[in-house]
Write a protein that binds this ligand. Structure first.
Ligand SMILES: NC(=O)c1ccc[n+]([C@@H]2O[C@H](COP(=O)([O-])OP(=O)(O)OC[C@H]3O[C@@H](n4cnc5c(N)ncnc54)[C@H](OP(=O)(O)O)[C@@H]3O)[C@@H](O)[C@H]2O)c1
Length: 291
């Protein structure tokens, strides 16, 4: 049995881990939603690891994810995305627990126009993106054993995400205007869980495989937001027309990278498995009853 902690358990990624890491598969899961653990509570983090000394992995799904609101609340972004993961990492270091945390394609935001590798230049723009990068630094500098998965355009059941927004709006609107000048890869929470489970399996099976450091992970392929919406509507037979707009005309408060494709060779080679395409992932998500 592999004892694991999940924090941020009621977010969309947290819910996916809770659903898919089961007792039958050899995991014993201790989960904490925001009401049970505020990740800015350093004392409680330490107490949890003292009372659960057998824990091997801490999967932190909690974060301040309000990208636009972060522009006017930099203190929250700093507390929850930088200081808090630093507290978890320090406690993990003390307890000999491996920390798994999540970062964003937004940390790259450079001028390169080919799939971005983990060691490419990082030029995060905007408060959220900078806080995610600083959170990575806080974890790495703690000295804790850790894995950071940089992912993009995440969606899954029970989440506030683009796919669920399109499914809701497409049923009540005849027409939507969607940004078409950002290129990226939508990523399904269930596939992130698959990747993390596979990394843990590599780690616990021992040998020379190591899961330390930063890994990119996104579903394979590329798409713009407007074409992603068109695909969602086509698969669900939703009749809602789309016109393409620009990032500038849309005018969100926080900057968005125009190019966000992640080179996922590092994780793909380690796991020795192809990563499912975003189209395949979307079809699996839309087939679920509980999206
Ligand atoms: N969503 C994306 O497109 C995307 C893309 C790249 C990377 N990521 C990263 O992936 C990870 C998971 O994101 P997600 O999509 O699952 O986001 P999410 O659905 O917004 O979940 C985040 C969860 O963290 C909780 N939380 C916030 N502050 C907390 C605190 N102080 N203590 C405990 N819990 C707290 C939130 O609770 P409340 O709802 O009550 O605030 C929410 O349940 C994050 O690290 C995020 O930065 C996400």
């Amino acid at each position: 049995m592999i004892p694991i902690i999940i924090s941020g358990a009621s977010g969309q990624l947290g819910q996916a881990f809770l659903k898919l890491l089961s007792f039958q598969d050899g995991y014993s899961v201790y989960s904490f939603d925001r009401g049970q653990l505020d990740i800015a509570d350093e004392t409680k983090i330490n107490n949890i690891l003292t009372t659960l000394p057998q824990v091997k992995y801490w999967i932190n799904c909690a974060a301040y994810t309000k990208v636009d609101e972060a522009e006017t609340h930099p203190e929250k972004a700093n507390l929850y995305n930088v200081l808090a993961p630093g507290y978890i990492a320090a406690a993990c270091k003390k307890a000999g627990v491996h920390l798994i945390d999540f970062s964003s394609d937004y940390v790259y935001h450079n001028a390169l126009r080919r799939p971005l590798k983990e060691n490419d230049p990082l030029e995060p723009k905007g408060i959220y993106a900078q806080s995610k990068r600083n959170g990575e630094i806080a974890i790495a500098s703690s000295g804790a054993s850790h894995t950071i998965l940089r992912t993009s355009w995440v969606y899954g059941p029970g989440g506030h995400n683009f796919v669920n927004t399109m499914l809701r709006l497409g049923k009540v609107k005849d027409h939507l205007s969607i940004v078409g000048d950002q290129l990226g890869a939508p990523t399904y929470t269930h596939d992130i869980v698959w990747a993390v489970k596979s990394l843990i399996m590599k780690d616990t099976n021992g040998g020379s495989d190591h899961i330390q450091g930063v890994f990119n992970f996104a579903n394979a392929g590329q798409v713009t937001w407007d074409d992603f919406a068109r695909k969602i509507f086509a698969l669900k037979d939703i009749e809602c027309s789309i016109t393409t707009t620009t990032t500038e005309a849309y005018g969100a408060p926080a900057p968005r990278p125009p190019y966000s494709l992640l080179n996922c060779d590092r994780i793909s080679l380690l796991l020795n498995a192809p990563i499912p395409s975003w189209e395949n992932a979307l079809e699996r998500f839309l087939d679920l009853d509980d999206q």
